[in-house]
Design a protein. Structure first.
Length: 123
């Protein structure tokens, strides 16, 4: 899972954070040191920790996630000739988008405090 997430850093269309979230969940059970490395990653660590520990996604993360799902599904629907596959892709994207949309977001004030603490304590 971690390797797929790492590939997603360089390959457009391949997600990074969701694979790292899955890797973090696995590491949480078997390798605490690797879990700590993931949640302290400078770019993705805060989002991974927020989802794994609190089951929340930031508003910005929701916007990016839903937009990427709908864009990817649109490309898939246009590229695939079979109607049943188009429907499957559309339903999966809409279902995933709805699930992301209903997940709670942290309060805006908490996010500002987190940003300020990250600036004052660079890792």
């Amino acid at each position: 899972m971690f390797g797929l997430g790492w590939a997603g850093v360089f390959l457009p269309g391949l997600p990074t954070t969701i694979f790292w979230i899955l890797a973090a969940l696995a590491f949480l059970r078997v390798n605490r040191r690797m879990y700590e490395r993931l949640i302290t990653h400078p770019r993705f660590g805060a989002a991974i920790r927020l989802f794994v520990e609190e089951r929340k996604i930031s508003r910005r993360g929701k916007i990016i996630s839903i937009s990427a799902m709908l864009l990817g599904a649109s490309v898939g629907v246009l590229a695939v000739p079979l109607l049943w596959v188009k429907l499957l892709v559309a339903v999966a994207a809409l279902g995933g988008s709805a699930w992301v949309a209903v997940l709670p977001s942290p309060p805006r004030q908490a996010r500002l405090v987190e940003l300020k603490s990250n600036r004052s304590n660079p890792s």
